[in-house]
Design a binder for this molecule. Sequence first.
Ligand code: G16
Length: 544
Amino acid sequence: MAQFQEVLKQSALHPKPAGLVLQYGTSGFRTNAKQLDHIMFRMGLLATLRSKKTKATIGVMVTASHNPEEDNGVKLIDPMGEMVTQDWEEHATQLANADQEDLLTALKNIIEKEAINMSQEANVFVGKDTRSSSASLSQAVLDGVSALGGHSKDYGLVTTPQLHYMVCCQNTQGKYGEATVEGYYTKFCQAFIQLTKNTSNRTDDQKHLCLDGANGIGALKVREMESHLKKELQISLNNDGSKGRLNHQCGADYVKVQQKPPTGIKINPGERCCSFDGDADRIVYYYTDSEGTFHLLDGDKMATLISTFLKELLTQAGLDLKIAVVQTAYANGSSTHYLENTMKVLVRCTKTGVKHLHHVAQEFDVGVYFEANGHGTVLFSKAAEEKIQQLAEDTNVNDKRKKAALLLRNTINVINQTVGDAISDMLLIEAILAIKGMTIQQWDTIYTDLPNRQLKVKVADRRVIDTTDAERRAVTPAGLQEAIDNLVKKYRQARSFVRPSGTEDVVRVYAEADTQESADALAHEVSLAVYRLAGGVGDEPKPL
Ligand code: G16
């Protein structure tokens, strides 16, 4: 077939380094950008096959999100804007790791297994973040698409959630919105303005938000969007990419893990601040108090605020819809306790990775999902959306129910339901705080986080750690879980777990306990156990 000849020809320009094996991680392939050219070409091929199979547009985003500037990666987006399915992750791994001379065989295997009609048209949307390597890597994706005769649309610099949105808009024939960056701003900003329109006595101070753009794509896009907000949200933008390095001492991951503000930003006491990550799919909030103490409001606090708001509105609207919050093992114990015991909301725990949370959230009428690191969104079932819509249009309901239904309708429109989205989450949180007349300090006091600590340990091969029970228990290496259990017993209100990262070459360690000293000591002791039992490399972890 001529197509396969073209693949052969083109693939020679994107050769795979001999012996290189890469695993499909938490959200795609991710490693040093120098190793990724062949991966990008092959993901262009795979996206084309996926498009032929689903008869829909597929997305490919070139980004390494929170990782350092020198890394890059790729995220594959399925027709409704969700992450690609697990069986296609396996195809991705096969294709990525096939030796150069076996590439056609690997490609044909997928075509056969999936019974793909090769004469079907294919459409692929491509986007990239601001990394210097992203331009040539996204070209490699485009080359892969054209080698198999697919059509592509290059959106250039966009945030990851913007590309998810485009794919969903395209495949719903515009029902979800217009598949342009302008369409994205219009949809979400209009909903924000609608939501906040009856909060007109807000002062400029209340409308003010200090934003750390992580020197990434989110900063550029917030700049573009600002005029759509009509001064209802006044953003002072820091780390806009004009001088600092991407994710370096800034951004959502840095702030969350280090539990401190981005370096070099002047924050006034009480000022409401937030940080995006490198591709703007995560956000965390924070402030410092009058004594200079740093307060973090992470994904758990956002999930709590959002689910409380939605539950209240559903009650006021008289709608009996099932709401649940989906978290991961990183969720602070206090948040789970508050959600289950005070708010009486159903809480579910999944493995790390938004793809896992997203699927569980789909089981409910209203599924609020957030990772503690600030990656999350809300999903409304079709039936829930219809009920809300009907009530909002019903002329026979009382004012209170109607008002709640209208607020719910605008809330749905301000949320990017395809994936966690820092911009959309920011607009949602800002709207809720405005509607409730709440300060960030008041939001923070809903519950008090248990002190916690996250560490990273370098090991020779992180795959020696296998986990179970939504990553809360280690099955291998032998003796590791027993060691963790014994260490946890030494502290009060303590919990700890370890898991191999799917985006960085490290093992992540999480610990929480009744005091910061205890959380730090536990995290350090568990790190030592990992180092000793799971093949640690370099120096032994030092106490904090
Ligand atoms: C990605 C995933 C997140 C995950 C994070 C860290 O985020 O989308 O779901 O929490 O990686 O994963 P891990 O602990 O396996 O390294 P991002 O923002 O980097 O794309």
